[in-house]
Design a protein around this ligand. Structure first.
Ligand SMILES: [Cu+2]
Length: 454
């Protein structure tokens, strides 16, 4: 599914590409389950709007005196329904939730026309449909009302934007510098609502620690005494749970089981001595977590090896038999963290949706250690093209028998560490293999990135 042509790295002319992009990151519906409604005769067509879909997404009409769209807003927020016929755009006024309005559009010449919500950002979140009129309707568009050329162009635009690599200005996982209180490392975090740019120009309501999705990375070592101070600036209670950590019961962050919730405006302090082996651990909200974690309240707590050396052995594979031989642990050249998310932010890797995801760029011959964590609510089988990666640790603990795989199912709450020996040059797609999470008629979106071996 990846690029066959030679690509260059660096800014490409992406303005036109972005204009073509209509990537849905609000969920699988708009792309994964296009429903078609064929209408003959004077057309009266029912349209249902919600966050963030237009139903149906593919509308076929015969050319007739005019088309009457009956537009119902089934969502929670105001939307519009606009039909772009080229020189004119016919649009409803802002439609409040639970209100139905009628939009009259004159007879359309044979062709395809985009229809979308004009509220800022909603089109890019998935409120986009295609109207196929007249002869073109009989000519059977290839998918979702688009011609083959349009499908290819939209797919290419997404890849170009990804490779241009300047997608959004924000990044999660930024290292959180502690302050020292004696020998205690003190980490300070603030939970607040933010508008988070999931993909270029696509801002969604998120909840974040220190304004980042994922939240800032807390870096510690075995034996460290740490304090995490959480200020709640949300308009709802929250708590912080240190997922996978061995800790005193009172520091476990579960409302009314181990603590009172942190009410809006309050500050809560967690304190413990790090007693777990090196690996990836996670912190996340444990209050209204469907919404709060889904909206971005999670981050990495990395326990680093004291000597900087990860204990994972290198497997050597006999290509004729597949037999593996365990060797000494290689020095890791590149280390990266990959958080998987689904929910209100769409399908994300590190809080971003393709094409705004960041590729993992390494040099040929590098040993790459990838820490993967799923803080969504769905399974995500992560698949790397062109390689077998070595699964070396689960939930922070080294596996007694590391094994080779190219697809690794990561359940909600799980973490896996994988080693990749980057010996095959090129850009290799790295994506979730639940296909509605990654690719539709308009190209790739969601949980797609690439391992780029230079
Ligand atoms: Cu997935």
């Amino acid at each position: 599914m990846m690029m066959k042509r030679v690509r260059t790295w660096g800014p490409l002319g992406i303005a036109s590409a972005l204009a073509l992009l209509a990537v849905s990151c609000g969920g699988g519906d708009a792309l994964g389950g296009a429903k078609e409604q064929a209408v003959a005769g004077p057309a009266s067509i029912e349209i249902m709007l919600s966050e963030f879909t237009i139903d149906p997404t593919a509308i076929s009409v015969t050319a007739d005196p005019h088309i009457e769209f009956s537009v119902m807003n089934m969502g929670q927020a105001p939307h519009t329904f606009a039909v772009d016929v080229g020189d004119t755009t016919y649009t409803t006024d802002l439609i409040d939730p639970n209100v139905t309005v009628t939009l009259d559009v004159p007879a359309l010449e044979a062709g395809t026309y985009p229809a979308y919500c004009t509220v800022s950002g909603h089109k890019d979140l998935g409120m986009l449909a295609t109207i196929t009129a007249g002869a073109a309707a009989a000519g059977a568009p290839s998918s979702a009302g688009m011609s083959a050329e349009m499908m290819a162009a939209m797919h290419e635009a997404g890849v170009d934007a990804f490779l241009a690599g300047d997608q959004t200005t924000t990044q999660g996982n930024q290292p959180l510098e502690p302050t020292m209180d004696g020998t205690t490392k003190v980490f300070t975090m603030t939970a607040a609502s933010v508008r988070w740019e999931v993909s270029k120009g696509q801002f969604v309501d998120a909840m974040a620690f220190n304004g980042q999705v994922p939240g800032p990375q807390i870096d510690v070592e075995y034996g460290d005494h740490i304090r995490i101070v959480v200020e709640n600036q949300l308009d709802q209670p929250t708590t912080l749970h240190l997922h996978g950590m061995t800790l005193p019961n009172g520091q476990d962050g579960v409302p009314y089981i181990t603590q009172d919730p942190i009410m809006p405006g309050q500050v809560w302090t967690y304190e413990l001595t790090v007693k777990d082996p090196p690996g990836m651990y996670v912190y996340h909200s444990h209050f209204n977590s469907t919404e709060q974690v889904g909206a971005g309240m999670y981050g990495a707590l990395m326990i680093h090896p004291r000597d900087g050396l990860w204990p994972y052995p290198a497997l050597t594979v006999d290509p004729r038999t597949g037999a593996t031989t365990s060797g000494p642990a290689p020095a890791v050249d590149e280390e990266t963290t990959m958080f998987l998310g689904d929910g209100p932010l769409g399908y994300t890797i590190n809080g971003k949706s393709f094409p705004a995801t960041s590729p993992i760029v390494v040099r040929r011959g590098d040993w790459v250690l990838i820490h993967m964590a799923n803080d969504g609510s769905m399974l995500h089988p992560m698949h790397l093209h062109g390689y077998h990666f070595e699964v070396v640790a689960q939930d922070g603990f080294p596996l007694a028998q590391p094994y080779m795989a190219d697809t690794l199912v990561i359940a909600p709450g799980q973490r896996f560490d994988v080693l990749v020996h980057a010996i095959h040059p090129g850009a290799w797609a790295f994506h979730c293999h639940i296909l509605p999470h990654v690719e539709g008629p308009q190209g790739m979106y969601g949980m797609v990135t690439a391992l780029v071996v230079q």
